[in-house]
Design a binder for this molecule. Sequence first.
Ligand code: SF4
Length: 213
Amino acid sequence: MAQRNLLPEKHIVDAGYIDAELLASSVTEHGVNLIGPTRENRSWQARASTGYAASHFQIDWDHCQVTCPQGATTRGWYPTVNRFGTLEIIIQFDREVCAMCAVRSLCTKAKGGRRVVIQPLEKHEALRLAREYATSQEWQALYHQRAGIEGTLSQGTRALGLRRTRYRGLRKTALQHAATGAAINVLRAVRWLDGDKPGRTRVSRFSQLALPA
Ligand code: SF4
């Protein structure tokens, strides 16, 4: 899209295209805001609604210091490269301070002081802002535009052979894609007139277990 000068201001994508790295680099490299569901913080502290997750800590980026919810400040700030080759920052609190903490059980199960791993500033902020934005009604309305697209792609590839081109050359292939799109519309219109109304989005049995009773 960049080569063809077709970059959008906002690009609505599924969860597979949303992570801190992509959120930050799409803005800095292309000026594109990615809109999509962010992965939840899966740490036990975040899942326990009363726990102290990384988001509860105040980060002073200028002085490389972090303050915990109980007001203790960090002993160490260690930029490091993880096993995936990604830069991250390990924050370490004093073992003695955490040992004396009255709410330690909300914060850490480690024998030593609490350790928090954060992303570098640009990525950390990109993810934080994306998570915050995803809770807004504006985000919901924007993301609603993507509703149904996976079903449409699935119909195109499974029923109409969208994955394979019958022609050589991009121009003819583009024409095939346009014809496939028109065929999907015709198929759906015929089904609608036949009384076949769209069903509800299928929820797998496994996912149903997570739904409220
Ligand atoms: S355990 Fe340590 S880091 Fe956690 S809240 Fe207590 S003093 Fe702060």
